[in-house]
Design a protein around this ligand. Structure first.
Ligand code: E4P
Length: 214
């Protein structure tokens, strides 16, 4: 499973990219707004830093507006993928953009039914929001697993991005079920790296080394 960073913060992205595993980045309007910077500049900077799919989301609600925003964003860099919210207008936009070879990421996906439609409309990626499904008292990982099974069954090319990740076990479970990608917030990447036994082990090794007069 590939790991994307779910962030619009260029410093975070630069730092995590240096660790060597980063395969792409996803942003959303909330993450971009938090930065208080020009959207297209941020997207351009991320594309310069990370060599992989970089998702940038449209904010129009009508198909025509989505498509025209998408064309502008796609012009920023060949790695830009257009995030389109799952709706009737969104599916229409995904289908138009697929015909123009502009890659899309169907976002705000909360069910296997939505994911299947997005894939059949031509989305390159679908993003089920597993944490937000959990928040409603339902099982986000079950929704994700249904999507993985259905896409495997029909050999769909659309890649599945486990999104709205809240903790390391979301990532582990997504990988166990064969999900293609997880987009992970900075804080959760840090949680994935650290383990108390690793820290204790390092301390112990250093103490033993010093005790032996090395
Ligand atoms: C995915 O592409 C979204 O940006 C993101 O995962 C949403 O996560 P949240 O539910 O933590 O806002």
């Amino acid at each position: 499973m590939r790991i994307f960073l779910d962030s619009a913060n260029v410093d975070e992205i630069r730092e995590i990219n240096q660790l060597g595993f980063l395969a792409g980045v996803t942003t959303n309007p909330t993450l971009v707004a938090r930065e208080g910077r020009d959207f297209k500049t941020v997207v351009h900077e991320i594309c310069e830093l990370v060599d992989g799919p970089i998702s940038a989301e449209v904010i129009s609600l009508e198909t025509e507006g989505m498509v025209s925003e998408a064309r502008e964003l796609a012009d920023i860099h060949s790695n830009v993928v257009i995030k389109i919210p799952l709706s009737e207008n969104g599916l229409r936009a995904i289908s138009i953009l697929a015909a123009e070879d502009i890659k899309t990421n169907a976002t705000l996906v909360f069910s296997a039914a939505q994911a299947l439609l997005a894939a059949r409309s031509g989305a390159a990626f679908v993003s089920p929001f597993i944490g937000r499904v959990d928040d409603t008292g339902n099982d986000g990982l079950q929704v994700l697993e249904d999507i993985v099974i259905i896409f495997d069954q029909y050999l769909l090319d659309t890649e599945i991005i486990a999104a709205s990740i809240r903790h390391p076990m979301h990532v582990v479970e997504a990988a166990r079920m064969g999900c293609h990608i997880a987009t992970v917030p900075y804080k959760v990447v840090k949680q994935m790296i650290r383990h108390p036994l690793t820290d204790a082990g390092i301390t112990r090794f250093l103490e033993d080394w010093r005790k032996a007069g090395k």
